[in-house]
Design a protein around this ligand. Structure first.
Ligand code: ZN
Length: 341
């Protein structure tokens, strides 16, 4: 436990000695902050008089997306060693620990399709990703309900990722479907301060982690793509500096002062088509390494498979998250078109 208290080695202990954390426990830091560890990779901090925000930061839901894991690991270390003091309550979730060890996106199944109860539907809790998704959901629920008892008034959840492929817009965020509630400029303003200038508005419920927190707990939640995948220790952390600094400020400052929202500085897209792979011969009709947000002329054949062809329906329609190798029935491609909020 010395490694935990004086060196802040929570993530490395969670990965190397998960048995240490199988039973939940709590302790108090010298500065009065309550630390609660409910499982390997799940740790929360509650300051003596929390200032209203309940902040959830998740990383490693895809195990090989290392930069956000490194940012959160550093923040946890700073909080545990008391070089940083939280003003607000904050819960850190390091999602897929076994996949981190393998340097893979996942072991058996894409965890970011398993939330809002999807973990228990179909075959049920048959693999570690499904068991973990349920555990993460319970941790979020526990954290927010505790906050409610303490009179906390605001909830947010940033689920931090890096993309498999490059992007024309390196940092972008997916805003989960809001069931008709207004999109918030203040959130775009916050994420812009993190270096994110491109936003994708979802048009339907999904089984992502960010939609879960948005839909079930009214949190301002986003899937945030902070750059490109690289192995641990090989990230150019300079490229993540703005995100790190802004997240640190979010946790430690009572109120954030952000530059004014400038709609001309951001790109906002809405989803136009969701294209699922339904046949073995599904193929994409553009380069394997085409960056996210590459756009195509109206009528361009984007993908095809036996029995179906998929075309760009509008001029400037752009591709996001193409992956021809997904399991049958899963999403192989999203297309998006510009909009504004
Ligand atoms: Zn990811």
């Amino acid at each position: 436990m010395e490694l935990l208290r004086s060196h802040g080695q929570f993530l490395s202990l969670s990965r190397q000695s998960p048995a240490l954390f199988t039973a939940p426990f709590a302790f108090t830091l010298d500065n009065g902050t309550e630390v609660e560890i409910s499982a390997p990779g799940i740790i929360s901090f509650t300051p003596v008089s929390p200032k209203g925000k309940d902040i959830v930061l998740s990383s490693g839901v895809h195990g090989n997306e290392t930069a956000p894991i490194e940012i959160c690991d550093e923040l946890v270390q700073a909080l545990l060693t008391e070089t940083l003091t939280a003003s607000h309550r904050v819960l850190f979730l390091f999602g897929n620990l076994p996949a981190m060890d393998l340097g893979e996106r996942f072991v058996e199944e894409n965890m970011n399709r398993l939330f809002s109860g999807a973990h228990s539907s179909g075959p049920g809790l048959v693999n570690q990703e499904r068991v973990r998704a349920k555990e993460l959901e319970l941790a979020v629920g526990h954290f927010y309900r505790q906050g409610e008892k303490l009179g906390q008034t605001y909830r947010c959840h940033y689920d931090l990722h890096t993309a498999i492929r490059g992007s024309k817009n390196e940092k972008f965020a997916v805003y989960p479907f809001r069931h008709g509630q207004p999109w918030k400029q203040s959130q775009l303003q916050f994420l812009f301060a993190c270096g994110v200038n491109t936003f994708l508005l979802s048009n339907s419920p999904t089984t992502t982690f960010s939609y879960f927190s948005s839909n079930e707990f009214g949190a301002d939640a986003f899937t945030v793509e902070l750059g490109k995948v690289a192995p641990f220790g090989q990230n150019d952390m300079q490229r993540f500096q703005q995100a790190r600094d802004t997240l640190l400020a979010l946790i430690s400052q009572e109120a954030l002062s952000l530059p004014e929202y400038n709609p001309d500085a951001v790109l906002v897209y809405k989803i136009n088509q969701i294209i699922n792979r339904t046949q073995e011969d599904f193929r994409l009709n553009f380069a394997d390494d085409a960056p996210n947000f590459t756009d195509f002329p109206k009528g361009y054949l984007l993908a095809e498979e036996t029995g179906a062809q998929y075309f760009a329906e509008q001029e400037g329609e752009a591709i996001v998250f193409p992956n021809a190798k997904v399991a049958l029935g899963q999403r192989a491609l999203l297309t998006v078109v510009p909009t504004s909020i």
